[in-house]
Design a protein around this ligand. Structure first.
Ligand code: IVH
Length: 667
């Protein structure tokens, strides 16, 4: 039986694509797809070749170790090849790796060292008689570029080793050169000012920098390095963990985030810890590397032609992906700002499917030359909404359409204006339904009045059906009308009404934030609440008075004064007041918990943990998440955790919910 025709075609297409992307990545340093997408292509090709070995040809991308080199620098032959790592994106495959390792080792226990996978450029550094003699890029794994003079500019590359040990005088180490995030941002800012093309991410920036022919220029770019491997280690060193310590001792920069794990469960746990923690680092990582700790075991496991069998890269979900812009639509925010949004062909990104990306404003679209129909790289960073990193202009067909900002609000048809000095276009119609919806959404959000169950689709219905015209109307809703809305039953209506009722007693700072005064964030709202103690006093504050408060500033002060001048806003405030929404800080109880630190453990019945903690803070107390000798009270609810035991051990005063409520004057 021959190979089906469609498989032959698919294999051919995959090879062509992979060749192209290799060229973009390795030769031009300008990739047009994300690593994840590239890995998927290679995986698919490998899978088909495994299934139909008769299709394998010597020119398949899977059949050679690396790719073309740029040829601008002298080349270096790696005496010990620079391999790469097998990649995986899921836990099951990591466990498969562990099973494979154990099977090959005859079921011995295996320890793993888990390290950050630095997202930079792989380099090799060679030392002779303790001196740095040559540094090179990986190239195709066998032959790389000699970039010694560029690497010398990196201050963390030692020029002489800090040891006299004869076994360590002639070594070759491997590491990752990277550009710290702040350097990357600074460099891109400068490039933007100079009208130069921007780098898509710190890795491309580091690669581009190492390719520069002028070491002086390289020195300005703030590159750095982490060393993670020795090509050949002397016999006397028995483990990778030990080797890292030695590297550090003889002058190399080694990542401080390395964990020796007793087994695969611990390794996976450490990986999971970093999924959220990665953003706190000053440099980019794209996953974790798991390595068998024992060198003896490493030797016995050996390597394949491409990668060692004793290590694996466990990568984080991809943050970048390529897709096409189907359309550009406008979104109207709560202050009337009109934001252009790209409607995308849906694409997997960081574990979710993404179909929209913000384009920020008209200037940004012009700067990046984004057109409808363009192929783009989208990225999900710290923010919730993904953004467009860049346009892949090579993919243009000529059919793409330029975007023009309309003159009228797409929701209410009102006029759009762009004030001098501002980048945003704004709909100035205060009754614009889009603005009303967004402002209600903000009012009900977690950090504001925290009305549970009042989400965007319900708000859409409430506004579209005319049941509310502003957030003040929320407190006058007729439950009978609400129950008629889509996806609203008796129970959910009751819950909603209860949540609205409960929101009436939120602390003043939250109410001030919830009003949606332009420029007033949660922090400023806290300052204003502290200072004025009531909405009425805040309303009377003059511009000078406000602007003189530390943390407020003239722009915010002006905005606050303007807000309370608007007749419509005063009407809404009156609705809130009549409904019984608390509009001042409860002075009388203030400070009753001053100087006292509380720790909560177990579930309370009247309040959630979060609400109880807020009460403490509102009354001048402090909360902590762990029990120590500085704790004054441990409040114990249903099913308390280990904090309860610790409190007993330390002899801290333990109180129950009722006692706590008495203390805050609510029982
Ligand atoms: S160990 C046999 N450890 O990821 C290769 N690599 O393909 C040994 N990388 O080319 C690599 N951080 O450039 C190792 N802590 C780390 C790493 C790391 C980043 C890079 C390295 C390698 C690529 C994987």
């Amino acid at each position: 039986m021959g190979v089906p025709e469609h498989i032959k075609k698919e294999v051919e297409k995959l090879r062509k694509e992979i060749h192209y992307h290799n060229y973009r990545y390795y030769v031009l340093n300008d990739p047009v797809i994300s690593d994840y997408e590239y890995d998927q292509l290679v995986k698919r090709l490998e899978e088909l070749e495994r299934q139909y070995p008769e299709l394998i040809t010597p020119d398949s991308p899977t059949q050679r170790i690396g790719e073309e080199i740029t040829g601008e620098f002298p080349t270096v032959e790696h005496r010990i090849p620079m391999l790469s790592l097998d990649n995986t994106y899921n836990e099951e495959e990591v466990r498969d790796f562990d099973r494979r390792v154990k099977k090959l080792l005859g079921d011995e226990p295996v320890e793993y060292v888990v390290e950050l996978k630095i997202d930079g450029v792989a380099v090799s550094l060679r030392y002779e008689k303790g001196k740095f003699v040559q540094g090179s890029t990986r190239g195709n794994g066998k032959i790389g570029d000699d970039i010694t003079s560029n690497l010398k500019t990196i201050k963390t590359v030692p020029l002489v080793l800090l040891t006299d040990d004869p076994d360590l005088q002639n070594i070759e180490v491997r590491g990752e050169v990277y550009m710290p995030k702040h350097e990357f941002e600074r460099m891109n800012r400068e490039r933007e000012e100079e009208g130069l093309p921007l780098f898509a991410n710190p890795r491309n920036a580091a690669a581009g920098t190492l390719k520069l022919q002028d070491p002086k220029e390289v020195a300005k770019r703030g590159l750095d390095i982490f060393v993670h491997t020795v090509a050949e280690f002397p016999e006397k060193v028995k483990t990778h963990y030990e080797a890292l310590q030695i590297l550090k001792d003889i002058g190399f920069k080694v990542s401080p985030y390395v964990k020796l794990c007793k087994n695969i469960d611990e390794a996976i746990e450490y990986f999971n810890e970093w999924v959220d923690r990665r953003d706190s680092l000053p440099f980019e990582i794209d996953g974790m590397v798991l390595k068998v700790n024992s060198f003896d075991q490493q030797r016995r496991l050996g390597t394949t032609i491409k990668s060692p069998r004793y290590a694996i890269a466990y990568k984080f979900p991809a943050r970048q992906a390529t897709t096409r812009i189907k359309d550009i639509v406008l979104q109207v925010g709560r202050t009337g700002v009109v934001t252009p949004v790209a409607v995308l062909d849906p694409v997997h990104l960081s574990g979710t499917i993404v179909s929209r990306a913000t384009l920020h404003n008209e200037d940004e679209i012009k700067r990046k030359d984004i057109r409808i129909g363009d192929w783009v790289i989208v990225e999900k960073g710290g923010e919730i909404i993904p953004k467009v990193v860049k346009v892949i202009k090579d993919k243009r067909t000529g059919e793409e359409k330029e975007f023009r900002m309309p003159e009228k609000c797409p929701v209410c048809g009102g006029k759009l204006v762009r004030e001098e000095g501002e980048v945003a276009w704004r709909c100035i119609n205060v009754s614009c339904p889009a603005q009303i919806k967004r402002s209600i959404q903000h009012f009900a959000s977690r950090n504001a009045m925290d009305i549970e169950g009042l989400g965007p689709s319900l708000i859409d219905q409430l506004v579209d059906k005319g049941l509310v015209k502003d957030y003040g109307d929320l407190y006058y809703l007729d439950p009978k009308e609400v129950a008629k809305l889509e996806r609203m039953g008796k129970k959910s209506t009751e819950n909603l009404m209860r949540a609205i009722e409960k929101s009436k007693t939120r602390p003043l700072a939250r109410l001030i934030f919830a009003l949606g005064i332009r420029h007033v964030g949660i922090h400023a709202a806290g300052i204003l609440a502290e200072r004025f103690k009531s909405i009425d006093k805040l309303k009377e504050a003059t511009f000078e008075e406000l602007a003189s408060i530390e943390g407020i500033g003239p722009i915010m002060a002006k905005s606050i004064v303007n807000f309370f001048r608007e007749k419509k806003n005063l009407e809404v405030l009156e609705k809130l007041r009549r409904a019984g929404v608390k509009m001042e800080e409860e002075e009388k109880k203030e400070g009753v918990l001053a100087g006292k630190t509380f720790v909560f453990t177990g579930a309370l019945s009247k309040y959630s943990r979060h609400e109880a903690q807020e009460k403490v803070i509102a009354l001048g107390g402090k909360v902590s998440s762990s029990v120590s000798r500085n704790t004054d009270y441990v409040v114990v609810g249903e099913n308390p955790g280990s904090k309860y035991e610790k409190a007993k051990k330390l002899g801290i005063k333990i109180i129950n919910e009722e006692e706590f409520l008495k203390m805050i004057g609510e029982a």
